[in-house]
Each structure stands twice: as structure tokens, then as C-alpha cells.
Write a protein that binds this ligand. Structure first.
Ligand code: AMP
Length: 249
């Protein structure tokens, strides 16, 4: 059973992003970039399926600039077998990524496609859903447990106030939530091994996909600054202020 995993190169989650002065986006010049955290969980899950003897091959795929190769090398170091970079200097938006992944799964015919539930840069939460629709595949989003057996995936999903369990016929699309697993640390020997694993580079044209952006960002703004708090001398004053100023009592 082949598993395809989508990994996106994003600004590292520890970086405090700054909005560009023109308000057109965030400044990513000289900023640390890493694999989208939900995609690390996706790769970990795929590799665990392989280690459990359920999957036979794990293929990591990324769409984006040439430096996304580093992100793919990380996926290979976690344990993916090979990688495909679909190289483009465009801002590859979720619909374009879904079309690229659809073209790639037509070629690879995997039984399972695992994506993150959302990319922490655009927070779209769209790509997995669009891919499932374009490919006509069943989908389970926000997965917190995945079990594969007898040509079916049983997926526990995080929903408001609990979990929902779905049974999907393979091939299927799954998107990961935070509780699915805890990704392993990448060790130096595995980073070295990853350098020798195959990494293929394609262009969107090779897959017959037009990645021209369909959405235009009109404005990006910092959240409003919080005003400073005040120290009150006693509870009586606090209650008074909550009643008269905050008007929450
Ligand atoms: P989004 O819909 O943008 O929030 O992204 C959801 C998931 O789709 C991510 O966690 C990735 O698994 C996948 N994805 C989005 N953009 C890309 C990309 N450029 N390359 C590879 N995978 C992507």
C-alpha cells in the first residue's frame, strides 16, 4: 500500500511574524522556515504505517519554491522513501495544490493520502477537502486516530466536544489533527541517509496544472494592540469597575 503525504514549507511556528509596511503580507525575508507542524504529524503517521508493515512506500510531496527541497529532506529523514517537489515560484494557493496533488495521485495511485488539517501560514484548511472532491475520494478531516484494515480506514475525528469515528473505503484522503501522534526527533544518521534518497523535481506544466493564483490578498494587518491593565486596590473597586466600566456584571 502506497501512502502519499503532502508537506508544506512555512514560516517556523516559533517565529513572531511581522506584517510588511505596505500591508501586503508578512515579511519572510531571513526568517526561519520549517515543515508545517500538521504535516510533520502526517509524515510520522505514514512512517508508522510503514513500520507496522501496513504501508509499503511513503512518498512526500511539496509544491513551492526550490528551497522546499529542504522540507522534503526532513520528510525523508523522518522515514519517507522518496520525495517529489513540484517547483513553482508562484504563490501556490490551496486549489492549485489540490489540483497538483490530484494529478500526482493519478500517476502514483496511492491507497492513502495524508495532509495536515491546515497550513499555519495561510490557515486555509481547504487543500485536503478540495483534493478529496477533485479526486472523488472519501475523506476524514481532523484525524486523531487512524487504523487501516481490510481495505478500509477507520478514523477517529476531533469534533466539538468529542470524537466521531468514520469508516472509509480506500483509497481515501485523511487530514491530521494535533493529537494523532507525536512526531519523532530527526536524528543525524537519518538526516545523512535522507540525502541519498530519491527526490524528483517536476513543474506544474508537467502535470498539466495551471497554478496562477485565483485569490488576491487585499490587506494584511497586525491585530490591534491590547490596552494596558489597571491594578485595583480591593475587590469592592473591582466589582464596581466590572459593573460600570466593563459592563460585564
Ligand atoms: P491549507 O489548506 O493551506 O490550510 O493546507 C492544508 C494542508 O495541505 C497542509 O497541511 C499540507 O499538508 C497541504 N498543503 C498545502 N499547501 C501545500 C503545498 N504548497 N505543498 C504541499 N502540501 C501543501
Amino acid at each position: 500500500m502506497k501512502v502519499v503525504v503532502a508537506v508544506k514549507r512555512v514560516v517556523d511556528y516559533n517565529v513572531k511574524v511581522r506584517v510588511k509596511s505596505e500591508g501586503t503580507g508578512v515579511d519572510i525575508a531571513n526568517v526561519k522556515m520549517s515543515m508545517n507542524p500538521f504535516d510533520e504529524i502526517a509524515v510520522e503517521e505514514a512512517v508508522r504505517l510503514k513500520e507496522a508493515g501496513v504501508a509499503t512506500e511513503v512518498i512526500a510531496v511539496s509544491a513551492g519554491v526550490a528551497q522546499a527541497q529542504e522540507t522534503l529532506r526532513t520528510a525523508l529523514a523522518i522515514g519517507a522513501d522518496r520525495a517529489v517537489l513540484i517547483e513553482s515560484n508562484e504563490d501556490v494557493q490551496p486549489l492549485a495544490v489540490a489540483k497538483l496533488l490530484k494529478a500526482l495521485i493519478d500517476r502514483e495511485q496511492p491507497s492513502l493520502v495524508i495532509l495536515g488539517k491546515q497550513a499555519i501560514d495561510d490557515d486555509s484548511n481547504q487543500t485536503g477537502q478540495m483534493l478529496a472532491a477533485l479526486a472523488g475520494l472519501p475523506q476524514a478531516t481532523f484525524a486523531s486516530k487512524v487504523t487501516i484494515e481490510g481495505g478500509k480506514a477507520t478514523v477517529a475525528r476531533e469534533v466539538d466536544g468529542g470524537t466521531e469515528t468514520l469508516s472509509l473505503t480506500l483509497p481515501a484522503v485523511v487530514t491530521t489533527d494535533l493529537r494523532l501522534n507525536e512526531p519523532r526527533y530527526v536524528t543525524l544518521p537519518n538526516i545523512m541517509k535522507a540525502k541519498k534518497k530519491p527526490l524528483e523535481t517536476l513543474k506544474p506544466e508537467h502535470l498539466g496544472v495551471d497554478v496562477t493564483p485565483r485569490l488576491k490578498t487585499l490587506k494584511v494587518a497586525e491585530p490591534p494592540r491590547r490596552s494596558a491593565g489597571v491594578v485595583v486596590p480591593d475587590i469592592k473597586t473591582l466589582v464596581e469597575k466590572l459593573k460600570t466600566e466593563a459592563k460585564v456584571l
